[in-house]
Structures are given as structure tokens and as C-alpha cells.
Write a protein of this length. Structure first.
Length: 254
């Protein structure tokens, strides 16, 4: 698993470079059928990741946001790759640096390996079964990360919220939480910040897709946290034919 994790990290870093080449210049934006934006960077990163994953010694089906129709179905042992070549395209367009590359390995509906890179920030988060979770700084230094645990009684919850997807239901949910302070953040970075103990909870009471969450889910999972539906069930990737997630909450404790 360690060798595979390093290979996937290298693929994500290649995608980072393709993305940043576009980020450094003017680029066109088109709107997809689901009304989400698409840029040259999304397409370039997808091609890099697809080629990289297909070149690995073990070939598995790939479900990518930019090639849903090309997905052949779940492979042997319930395994497949789940990829968002550029998560946070709206943040990319706004040039606020809060966008990521997400690559996850799914087994029987659960993420067992995840790589999240933030190209503009130069940081990465990686995790795999039996290895734990790590943050890689821009200088290459690696740090074991873990969630902060449940806030002590009387302490304010450190809440992360979507920068581009505000939900009317969020205020009502937060009222049940108690004292809190909220910080907006884009892309899968929200879950990664919880994994490294810099925030406590991220409620997402609106639509997301499987590829938005899977890689960071692995990081949270192996850092000691959890991502679950509002009914308390672990977020599942067992049915990739249904690409939309239910509402969920990322908790910084087990």
C-alpha cells in the first residue's frame, strides 16, 4: 500500500503542474449540463491522472468527474478509482488558491487510500489503510496528522463552511451545535483541515458528488475522524451509479 500511495501522489503532483500551467495565464470557462463550470485545467488534469492510473501495475476502473460515461463499473474486490481532477473549480476561477486534486481508491464502498493536493498552496494530504494520515508541506516535510477530538464543554466548535455553496439549512443545524465560530473554505481542504486538527466539524447540507469527498474522506478516516450522513451512517461509495452524496457531516473525532 505504501508504494501505491507514493505512485498516486506522484500522479497528483503531475496533475498539479498541469493545473498551474493554466492558472498562470488567461483561460476559458464553459458551463456543463449540470450548470457547473469547466476549464482547460479540469480537462488537462483529468488526462494526466487517467494516463497515470492506467499505467499502474494493477489496472482498475476509473470514475472521474470529467469522464463519467467512461466508467466500466466496480472492479475486482469492489475496487475502483474515484477522481476529481480539479475540485473547487469556482475557487480556481476566482483565483483564491482554494482548489485541490482528489484521487481515492475505493474498496467495498469505503475509501482505503486518498491523496489530496492543493496545487496553488503547495501542500498535500495523503492517507492509506494501515499507514495513517499525513500532511506534506511545500518543502516536502511530512507530518503525521490526527483529528483534534471533541471540543471540551464550554468551548466553541470550530466550524468550516463552503465558500461557494451556502445552505439555508445550515443556520438551523448550527443552532443545535451550541457555541461556534465559522470559517469559509473552498474544496476538499475543509475535510483535510479537520483531519489535521485545525477545525472540529464541517456540515454539508447540500449536494456534492462522490468524487468531491472520497479522497479527503480517506484522510479524515485514517486521521481518526469520520464522515457520516445526517442519519449517522458512514458516507458510502458502494453505488457509483448514484453519483450524488446525501447531506453529510465531517466530525473531528471518532
Amino acid at each position: 500500500m505504501r508504494e501505491l500511495l507514493e505512485q498516486v501522489l506522484a500522479i497528483a503532483k503531475d496533475a498539479d503542474r498541469a493545473i498551474m500551467a493554466v492558472y498562470a495565464r488567461e483561460f476559458d470557462v464553459t458551463i456543463k449540463e449540470d450548470n457547473s463550470p469547466l476549464t482547460e485545467a479540469d480537462r488537462a488534469a483529468h488526462q494526466v491522472i487517467r494516463r497515470g492510473l492506467e499505467a499502474l501495475s494493477t489496472t482498475l476502473p476509473i470514475l472521474s468527474e470529467e469522464d463519467i460515461e467512461g466508467f466500466s463499473g466496480v472492479g475486482n474486490e469492489g475496487r475502483y478509482w474515484l477522481v476529481d481532477p480539479l475540485d473547487g473549480t469556482k475557487e480556481f476561477i476566482k483565483r483564491n488558491d482554494e482548489f485541490t486534486v482528489n484521487i481515492a481508491l475505493i474498496e467495498h464502498g469505503a475509501p482505503i487510500l486518498g491523496v489530496v493536493t492543493a496545487p496553488a498552496l503547495g501542500v498535500a494530504y495523503i492517507a492509506a489503510d494501515g499507514m495513517g494520515a499525513f500532511r506534506i508541506d511545500a518543502d516536502g516535510q511530512r507530518h503525521v496528522i490526527q483529528v483534534a477530538g471533541k471540543p471540551s464543554p464550554g468551548s466553541a466548535w470550530r466550524v468550516l463552511g463552503s465558500r461557494s455553496h451556502a445552505s439555508p439549512a445550515l443556520s438551523a443545524w448550527l443552532e443545535t451545535l451550541g457555541a461556534y465560530e465559522i470559517q469559509p473554505m473552498g474544496s476538499s481542504l475543509k475535510s483535510c483541515l479537520i483531519a489535521e486538527g485545525k477545525a472540529d466539524v464541517y456540515p454539508r447540507l447540500g449536494p456534492t458528488s462522490l468524487w468531491d469527498t472520497a479522497a479527503a474522506h480517506a484522510v479524515v478516516r485514517y486521521a481518526g475522524g469520520r464522515i457520516e450522513t445526517l442519519e449517522g451512517q458512514p458516507l458510502s461509495y458502494a453505488n457509483p451509479a448514484e453519483t450524488l452524496n446525501p447531506s453529510f457531516v465531517v466530525w473531528g473525532y471518532s
